[in-house]
Design a protein around this ligand. Structure first.
Ligand code: CMP
Length: 162
């Protein structure tokens, strides 16, 4: 029997694999610099702000999503009224996808980017500086460790991260 935190596990190998996978992501988050920001030439300034905030880049790629890929990435929002608008926008131009590392990465990154709606974002946050609207809001940041891992897996193989 193996104990991981409060869990008691009858299959140690399986549980260790699970724990390693999730522990691995706990100081990491996933981000995309969205098509509005890349097309306006804000990529460098946004990356600069991310690095100055203490994040390090563990994986990165410049890529244009197809409509199908954008729909799959945002599948959780499929029933929302803005889903098609979101898919059209996210496949309209290139994005930068990246895995970032820092202690408390998910929460600290969400603080750095500010509220989803830039009108409600704090002064100095990435969305306040670079985003125009709730739909075209310059950057994405994962909302949990679990989603950070799922989203990183969507874009990157193990070989493409370090
Ligand atoms: P993001 O953090 O990438 O996660 C889901 C995205 O859906 C969000 O940023 C916004 O860009 C978008 N979104 C959320 N709410 C709305 C809305 N009311 N209208 C249009 N887009 C939205």
């Amino acid at each position: 029997m193996l104990k991981i935190h409060y869990l008691t596990c009858s299959k140690p190998l399986l549980c260790l694999t699970f724990a390693a996978k999730y522990t691995y992501m706990s100081n990491r988050t996933f981000t995309m610099i969205k098509p509005d920001a890349t097309s306006k030439g804000h990529t460098g300034a946004i990356l600069d702000q991310i690095l100055k905030a203490g994040f390090s880049i563990k994986a990165m790629k410049w890529i244009q999503l197809t409509e199908k890929q954008a729909g799959l990435f945002y599948d959780i929002h499929r029933e929302r009224p803005f889903f098609q608008e979101l898919v059209d926008f996210m496949s309209s131009g290139p994005i930068v996808a990246a895995v970032l590392e820092k202690e408390n990465a998910v929460a600290d990154f969400r603080t750095l980017i500010g509220a989803t709606n830039p009108a409600q974002a704090e002064e100095g946050t990435i969305r306040k500086r670079f985003a125009a609207s709730i739909g075209e809001n310059a950057v994405h940041g994962s909302d949990s460790d679990e989603n950070a891992l799922i989203e990183a897996d969507f874009f990157f193989s193990k070989l493409e991260r370090y």
